[in-house]
Design a protein around this ligand. Structure first.
Ligand SMILES: Cc1ncc(COP(=O)(O)O)c(C=O)c1O
Length: 399
């Protein structure tokens, strides 16, 4: 019954964990979740007020497919202010979240058989979107010893005549890496030399705690002409539910992405667009406040994880995820009701933590590494401390 493209779509073990956590909660078990990919803060009031004003003004109809001119101009001003990049509104597309932006890009750029280089560990949607449209994702490993920095030599070695696009994500989900300028410059040279395209997913830009966020597009006109910068209101402004993401890039490509969007969703919500105008152009102080809070929690989580036997975690430099290596637990025996289980994968460790510690994490296998699990620290200090204490108690029962 189903189309061939759906046959390769991997069912998400992330969702399996969430379903299991939900089932446990329904049975009255209190589970602490480190699974969420969204800030635990509320959307700032000034942004909500702007949405209400927009409704009152009657901004409740279809808009231009790529977003109202005021929002595309606000995106240009943001890219100038924060990234030193010059774009015009015609170079901007606003979509229903950055995930939709990225899908529009793959639609507009990737032919069946085209290869897309995806540094690994990666955010799960990159390879799935490419695969859904007949492209071939090619995983290019990064190393824990460099804090998961980009590896330009490995990327260069992975280029073939079919390579079309390189996916960059800094700060990174799930590793928290902030790519170094030197690595980004080397990748920029590679992209220009081999006439590739690069998508720079900068969704966690506002959550850069160490190092400096640099957009690869800022290295000069040649690389800028081959780069699609992607960003979102979701993370910086705690607006995950509003669904506003955007792209800036070469006009022909932006136009093609806009045409694709015109046949699928038309414009993103008019009301959310006006809220996004306020988010991007209003006072930015709550962004720094939120980032400061995440930075503090980051230290709490990483120190706590590194104190656990069998677990080690590099210090993430951005985003709100910890990506601890749990392979030190492999080979240990978990005495569960159904009979002893020897831990051998990120799925096993995830199941163990859920059942024995009542803590939900996401298996690294979904992100390209079976030696890791991902924890989001977009949750309160109290829950972080309690979650870590539960993990410590459960680990002490392993044989
Ligand atoms: C790396 C990365 N890119 C893009 C997104 C998409 O964000 P949104 O569609 O909410 O704008 C996410 C969300 O989790 C993400 O982690």
């Amino acid at each position: 019954m189903l189309a061939d493209r759906l046959k390769t779509l991997a069912p998400s073990s992330t969702l399996a964990v969430q379903a299991k956590a939900k089932e446990l909660r329904a049975r009255g078990v209190d589970v602490i979740s480190f699974g969420a990919g969204e800030p635990d803060f509320d959307t700032p009031q000034r942004i909500k007020d702007a949405a209400v004003d927009a409704m009152r003004r009657g901004q409740t109809k279809y808009t231009e497919v790529g977003g109202v001119l005021e929002l595309r101009a606000a995106v240009c001003a943001k890219l100038k202010r924060d990234n030193g990049l010059d774009y015009e509104p015609a170079d901007i597309l606003v979509s229903v979240g950055a995930k939709h932006t990225l899908f529009n890009l793959v639609m507009a750029l990737i032919n069946p058989g085209d290869e897309v280089l995806v540094p690994s560990p990666y955010w799960v949607s990159y390879p799935e979107q490419v695969r859904m449209l007949g492209g071939v994702p090619v995983e290019v490993p990064t190393s824990e010893t460099t804090g998961f920095d980009l590896d330009p030599a490995a990327l260069a070695a992975a280029v073939t005549p079919r390579t079309k696009l390189v996916v960059l994500n800094s700060p990174n989900n799930p590793t928290g890496a902030v790519f170094t300028t030197a690595a980004l410059e080397a990748v920029a040279r590679l992209v220009v030399e081999r006439q590739l395209w690069v998508v720079s997913d900068e969704c966690y830009e506002a959550l850069t705690f160490e190092g400096r966020h640099v957009s690869i597009a800022s290295f000069g006109p040649e690389i800028k002409a081959r780069t699609i910068v992607v960003n979102t209101c979701s993370k910086a402004y705690a607006m995950t539910g509003w669904r506003i993401g955007y792209a800036a890039g070469p006009r022909t490509l932006i136009r093609a992405m806009t045409d694709a969007q015109s046949q699928v969703t038309s414009n993103p919500s008019s009301i959310a667009q006006w809220a996004a105008v306020e988010a991007l152009t209003g006072a930015q102080d709550e962004v720094a406040k939120m980032a400061g809070e995440f930075d503090r929690r980051r230290r709490l989580v990483i120190a706590g994880l590194n104190a656990l036997p069998g677990i080690r975690c590099v210090m993430p430099r951005g985003a709100f995820y910890a990506f601890p290596n749990v392979s030190g637990l492999f080979g240990r025996t978990w005495r569960r009701a159904e009979g002893p289980t020897v831990l051998a994968s990120s799925l096993d460790v995830t199941a163990f933590l859920l059942e024995a510690a009542r803590v939900a994490v996401v298996p690294g296998r979904d992100f390209g590494s079976d030696a890791h699990v991902r924890l989001s620290y977009a949750t309160s200090d109290a829950l972080i401390s309690e979650g870590l204490a539960r993990m410590a108690a459960a680990l002490a029962t392993l044989q």
